[in-house]
Each structure stands twice: as C-alpha cells, then as structure tokens.
Design a binder for this molecule. Structure first.
Ligand code: TYD
Length: 147
C-alpha cells in the first residue's frame, strides 16, 4: 500500500506514534522509512542548543514531507495551510508530527536542552522553499482551490 495515500487528505499534518520498546535499561524508539513514515528518508537534520526565545523555520515546502520529533525537551510547531491553523507542542520522543507539503511552519518555545529531529523525504533543495508568507498565502489559495 502506498502509505502516502493513507494521508494526503484534507488534514496536512498528523500525529504519528513510533514504536516504543520500553526497557529497564532505557527506552528505544525506531523510525523506518516507508513503514513508520509514508516516505523514504532521504535526509536527517536536527536543531539543538537553541537559545531561549529563538524562533526557527518560517517557511513552507512545495514537495517535502517531514516528520518532526522532540528527541529531548520540548518545542512548539505553529502550522497553517490556508484552511487550518494549529499550534502543537512536541514533548515525547516517540510521538512525531508528520507535516505534508504546503504547510507554513514556525517553531518556537524550545525548552532548555530541547532537540528537534527532522526526518525528510528529499535532500536539501533551496528551490523547494517558500520563504515569503505573502507568497505562501497566494500559493495556498491555488493549492486549496480558493480564489
Ligand atoms: P533554515 O532553513 O534557515 O533553518 P530553519 O528550519 O530554522 O528555517 O536553515 C539554516 C541554514 O542551514 C541555511 O543556511 C540552510 C542550511 N541547511 C542545510 O544546509 N541543509 C538542510 O538540510 C537544512 C534544513 C538547512
């Protein structure tokens, strides 16, 4: 089954629970591409040592799928797609947020020691970014069929 077809509906972001193998020696979680996330993992990056009050991201992607995980501590993702708007706090290493293309995202409110891990469906491509909010609003109207 094409996992993307499981998503790709009206909602462009989804909580995804990763397997959690609890153990007295410490817990272990795993993410396999095309199994636990609906894409082949082509890139991994992480944001850490974030000074208090920092604001990250502030852009959307045209084709990129991403899974966000709070490996340590917490942070808040503010998401909007021209139809829906939501602010979600990530604070569990096994509970990821899948974000489809076409979503404006801002990340803030990092806790001390907060680490944001991002698994991505494509290598870094500056051309996939929409970095202007005004451009995103225009883009989202087309994407949502709203004139
Ligand atoms: P940027 O996209 O501004 O980070 P944020 O998600 O907070 O907006 O990226 C910061 C810098 O890192 C920018 O110069 C591009 C570079 N970068 C890469 O080289 N590869 C990557 O995979 C990412 C995400 C960023």
């Amino acid at each position: 089954m094409d996992l993307k077809s499981k998503f790709g509906g009206a909602q462009r972001w989804h909580w995804l629970e990763m397997p959690k193998i609890t153990d007295v020696r410490g817990n272990l979680s795993v993410v396999e591409g095309n199994t636990h996330v609906p894409f082949k993992i082509e890139r991994v990056y992480y944001i850490y040592d974030v000074p208090s009050g920092s604001i990250r991201a502030g852009h959307a992607h045209k084709a990129l799928w991403q899974l966000f995980l709070a490996l340590s501590g917490s942070f808040t993702l503010h998401l909007e797609d021209g139809l829906n708007k939501e602010s979600l706090t990530l604070n569990r290493p096994h509970r990821g947020l899948l974000v489809e293309p076409g979503v404006w995202r801002v990340i803030d409110d990092f806790s001390g020691g907060g680490v944001c891990l991002v698994l991505a469906s494509m290598p870094y491509d500056a051309a996939d970014y929409i970095r202007s909010y005004e451009e995103f609003v225009w883009y989202a109207k087309g994407m949502n069929g709203v004139s």
